[in-house]
Structure formats: C-alpha cells, structure tokens
Write a protein that binds this ligand. Structure first.
Ligand code: MLT
Length: 204
C-alpha cells in the first residue's frame, strides 16, 4: 500500500494510523495527527481503491451502500499491511491507534468489527456502521472516540448511536462528541479527540 511513515519522538511508544476520507490521500490527516499527538509515530496510508479517480479504502455500490465483499477483502489487506509495516519500520504493533475520517473511519471501524486486538484504540471521525448482522470480536478495554454531526447527512445521528451501542456491547469504551457542522471536521471535535487521547494513553 502507498503510505508515509514518520518516526517522531523516540520515547513515544504510540503510532497513529491515519486513514483519509474519499478523494483524499496520505497527507490529509497529518495536521490532525500533530494536534492529537505530535510525538507519536505516524503511519498514513492511501486507500487502494479508486472511484472515478478518488482514492478510497474499499468499494461502494453507491453513496452509503458498501460493497461488503470488497470491504472484507480490503479490511484483511489493511490488517496484513499493518503487520508488515510494523516489521519494516520497527513500531510497536500493540500500540497502534487509528485516526480515520469518513471512509477512513469506516475501514477503521471495519478492522474493529472483524479482528480481535487489531487496534489499541480508534478515533472515528464521522463513521458509519461498517457491517450488520455479524458477531463482533471482544473489544474489552478498547477505547474508541467517535466524532459525529447532529446534522451529518452521510452519517445520520441514529447510525452513530447504533455504532456506539454495538461497540459498547462488544466491550469497547466509547466516547461520542457531537458537532453541528454536517459531515465536516471541526476544530472542537479534534480538540476533544486530543483530550480523549491524552486520557486514554497517559491517564491525564
Ligand atoms: C463511505 O463510502 O465510506 C461513506 O459513504 C463515507 C464517504 O463518503 O466516504
């Protein structure tokens, strides 16, 4: 996969896995990584799928309707890539926290929905429910931050609530922050994600 890896503060054990939204690339979320944890290493990946020239992490049939077969295949591909990248760059595979926006949040959610202990935590910015009708792995102790929009036309509030409930039922510790700027990221949302991150990684 095409990706950027940056080792930053040598004493910081965490790696942020950055996953952009549809039409984005591996540079998009670098400023957000700085706002969340300047010292963490960064592995920022570009989605392997192209939709009319726009990079994505998996195919969709139309807006909001995922191609499940491709989602499963791409989720497995990303999980394997994470193992390979950890070996290549020497980062701690058990200290990877995903930060995904929109389509990137959906593949991060899909990692959590399909594999046990695949992420140490996740910041899901405007995510949807990645799959329905499957049994989720045990997520006991996995902290998840969800940034949502009360008026997000792509991820309506009921879907955020459904995602929160299913993650919690699987044992994850979920915190939801609501903004009112539709599907857009807000400064307040990222500030809240940064506070959540400090709390879960440093106990602050
Ligand atoms: C998706 O396809 O993952 C969602 O519709 C969000 C997006 O527009 O990328």
């Amino acid at each position: 996969m095409k990706a950027i890896f940056e080792k930053r503060d040598e004493t910081n054990p965490y790696t942020l896995l950055l996953l952009h939204g549809t039409g984005g690339n591996e540079r998009d979320l670098l400023p957000i990584a700085d706002m969340i944890d300047k010292g963490a290493s960064v592995l920022s990946v570009r989605g392997n799928v192209l939709e009319n020239g726009m990079p994505r992490f998996f195919k969709r049939l139309r807006e909001g309707v995922f191609d499940e077969e491709d989602l499963i295949f791409r989720t497995d591909e990303l999980k394997n890539y994470l193992h390979e990248a950890a070996e290549e760059h020497g980062f701690d595979r058990d200290k990877v926290i995903a930060v995904g926006y929109s389509n990137g949040a959906n593949i991060a959610g899909s990692l959590l929905y399909h594999y046990n202990n695949v992420l140490n935590g996740a910041v899901l910015l405007h995510p949807m429910v990645p799959r329905r009708g499957i049994e989720l792995p045990d997520m006991s102790g996995t902290p998840v931050f969800i940034g949502a929009g009360k008026n997000d036309p792509i991820c309506p509030p009921q879907e955020t609530e459904e995602l929160e409930a299913s993650l919690m039922e699987a044992g994850a510790a979920v915190e939801v922050f609501w903004a009112d700027q539709g599907h857009q990221l807000t400064r307040e949302e990222i500030d809240n994600a940064a506070s959540w991150y400090k709390k879960v990684t440093k106990g602050e």
